[in-house]
Design a protein around this ligand. Structure first.
Ligand code: ATP
Ligand code: MG
Length: 327
């Protein structure tokens, strides 16, 4: 991980410069930035955080493939939109599965996230409506893999997504990001932007491997880049079945991570898979199915974060350092 962060010192200096300019304008010319972008306040010696924002952002992230990131991003976003929240779903995976589902089985036309990241388009122009009220999509296409490589030599390479999304995210109550399983600069960009990382864990003999590295990656981004409040919002068991492997993995996960593991578990359900094939959320395809009900319940738990002393909310209120320490 640390290799990928080589160069963050130069970018750190660049960040200082940008921060300094913003701070100067905010103090010397009050109001001059009003309505033009996010407002910031200082936190600690070297970080700026946005202070006037009610929007929440969450990334579905795990370094293991096929754990349910895309499925969770789509269904959580759809459930939030049903609850009348304005939601932006951002597809940060070159596989573009989320985009394919949300675009009704079509591949996204340019401009997509790739164009936005390499400066060939504005986020606002790349966002499109979906069949769902209040649910917009910033799609990916295969060129996102090239953009990920191209970014490596660009100035501000770890901040491109953050800069792009901060120009549009105040139009939304929730920004939900789907990610790829690879360790990539793109995922560093994701972690440098979001407030909460949610980790789907599918039960299997190797399920727990990689969780420690993910926590370390989150902690490094929080420490070395410009997202000091980044935290792991919770772990979600997905594709659960009634068998001993699932039971063992659940027990181990709850023992290791305690209240960071959501009470709700997503059952293995063919309806969830079928819904993808019909380009709808499982909430629309089979609202009464256990899979749909589980996602509805999960969203309630996500919304209740911080309200219960010992529930996952307590975990969500911890900083990454505390989370790593607690685990
Ligand atoms: N609860 C579930 N029940 C049954 N099938 C599921 C469930 N969740 C996900 N799947 C299926 O498992 C496969 C992998 O899920 P998904 O694409 O969401 O994982 P992912 O973590 O996004 O994968 P990747 O790492 O490749 O991006 C898909 O075919 C999906 O339809
Ligand atoms: Mg996926």
């Amino acid at each position: 991980m640390s290799q990928r962060f080589q160069g963050s010192r130069e970018l750190g200096i660049f960040g200082y410069l940008v921060a300094g300019v913003l701070w100067f304008h905010r103090t010397k010319a009050p109001g001059s930035f009003r309505g033009m972008g996010p407002k910031f306040k200082r936190q600690g010696a070297d970080s700026l955080i946005r202070e006037d924002l009610n929007m929440r952002s969450m990334a579905w992230l795990s370094e293991k493939g096929g754990t349910g990131k895309t499925t969770s991003a789509i269904n959580v976003a759809a459930a939030l939109a049903r609850k009348k929240f304005r939601v932006l779903l951002v597809d940060c995976d070159p596989q573009a599965n989320t985009s394919f589902v949300l675009l009704g089985g079509h591949i996204a036309e340019p401009p997509t996230l790739a164009h936005v990241l390499i400066g060939q388009g504005e986020a606002r122009d790349a966002i499109r409506k979906t069949r769902y009220d209040r649910l917009d999509l910033l799609p990916a296409d295969v060129t996102l893999a090239d953009a990920n490589l191209a970014l490596a030599v660009e100035l501000g390479r770890e901040r491109r997504l953050k800069v792009a999304l901060e120009s549009v995210d105040r139009d939304y109550d929730y920004v939900v990001l789907d990610t790829s399983p690879q360790r990539s600069l793109l995922n560093v960009n994701v972690m440098n932007y979001v407030q909460d990382v949610y980790v789907p864990v599918d039960p299997g003999i190797f399920s727990l491997s990689g969780l420690g590295q993910l926590q370390a990656a989150v902690a490094e981004v929080a420490r070395f880049l410009d997202n000091p409040n980044l935290k792991i919002g919770g772990l979600v068991l997905t594709r659960m079945q009634r068998n001993n492997v699932c039971k063992d993995v659940e027990n181990q996960l709850r023992e290791l991570f305690g209240d960071l593991v959501f009470p709700t578990m997503i059952p293995h359900s063919i309806k969830i898979e079928e819904a993808h094939g019909r380009f709808v959320s499982v909430l629309d395809y089979a609202p009464k199915s256990p899979g749909a009900q589980a996602y509805v319940q999960l969203v309630e738990e996500i919304l209740n974060h911080g309200r219960e002393a010992n529930g996952p909310g307590a975990a969500a209120d911890r900083t990454v350092a505390e989370t790593v320490h607690a685990a």
